[in-house]
Design a protein around this ligand. Structure first.
Ligand SMILES: C[S@@+](CC[C@H](N)C(=O)[O-])C[C@H]1O[C@@H](n2cnc3c(N)ncnc32)[C@H](O)[C@@H]1O
Length: 269
């Protein structure tokens, strides 16, 4: 029995299912109902082996009562490119759309609310903590100034405010990159969800079962590393990847989105 906590469009799950049919089962979770529909379509030939649930992986104990039943648990964190490209989801500054950024569209809080209602101090804290944005204060001040004239309600509006505020970076990344990332992490409480979920997932592993976490952000990787270390100290798990596995040069060229990926794996003792 396998658990994919971030099934997305089902690519990883498909690879797992191919190896575990006919007897094996996979439970796939995603917060985003649209992604679950894509997974359902892609994995329709595995209906008998598959169960899909729309939930936040922070709530594993609610989804899976009891313990010790999985041979493998996978997290492939962040967003799917399919979510990022959809302009109506508001995740990307490359397309003009509403400032939304909710993974679960039933959630009330949107990016628009934070951008237009948070205090300067709150905005600064989000940009510093989740975006590691050097120009946090400047950007927060510019947002407050802009919203006095009119609410900031689209991705392009916010991108413009940031582009006018932040000096062009020497590196290749756009000046709005870190702000968008920070807002997304804050709205979806991504780090809190991971922190709550990992210990529960480890407890759900059978003896010799493995947990694999692919992260794209240094703070996510730090949470994974520290959780694994804590459980390794109490001899609950053995860490398989002493340092994280990162994509090779070739993979980074073929798939630039993979450039910040880090994989950590541990095994239940
Ligand atoms: C990088 S994508 C996964 C792609 C997937 N591995 C595939 O092969 O298609 C990450 C997915 O995790 C989901 N997700 C992120 N945080 C989540 C959470 N806390 N609970 C449940 N799903 C989450 C996102 O909605 C997204 O669909």
């Amino acid at each position: 029995m396998y658990l994919d906590c971030t099934i997305g469009a089902g690519g990883h799950s498909q690879a797992i299912l191919k190896r575990i049919v006919p007897g094996g089962k996979l439970l796939g979770i995603d917060r985003d109902g649209e992604m679950l529909n894509l997974a359902k379509e892609r994995l329709k030939n595995y209906r008998k082996n598959l169960e899909l649930i729309q939930e936040n992986f922070a709530n594993l104990e609610k989804i899976i009562p009891g313990k010790e039943r999985f041979d493998g648990v996978l997290y492939d964190l962040g967003l799917s490119i399919l979510q990022i490209q959809k302009k109506e989801r508001g995740f990307s500054f490359s397309v003009d759309g509403p400032l939304d950024m909710r993974m679960d569209r039933q959630q009330k809080l949107t990016a628009e609310q934070i951008v237009n209602e948070a205090s300067k101090e709150e905005l600064c804290q989000i940009l510093r903590e989740y975006g590691e944005e050097y120009y946090a204060e400047r950007i927060a001040t510019a947002i407050i100034k802009e919203r006095k004239f009119s609410p900031i309600s689209t991705t392009f509006q916010l991108k413009r405010v940031i582009a006018h505020t932040v000096p062009k970076r020497r590196k290749r990344i756009h000046p709005a990159t870190k702000t968008f990332q920070a807002l997304r992490i804050a709205i979806n409480r991504e780090l809190e969800a991971l922190e709550e979920s990992l210990p529960k997932a480890i407890n759900l592993l059978k003896k010799r079962g493995r947990i694999a976490v692919i992260s794209f952000h240094s703070l996510e990787d730090r949470i994974t590393k520290h959780t694994f270390q804590k459980f390794a100290q109490s001899k609950s798990i053995k860490i398989i990847t002493r340092s994280p596995v990162v994509p090779a040069q070739m993979e980074r060229c073929i798939n630039p989105h993979s450039r910040s990926a880090k994989l950590r794996v541990a095994e239940k003792l």
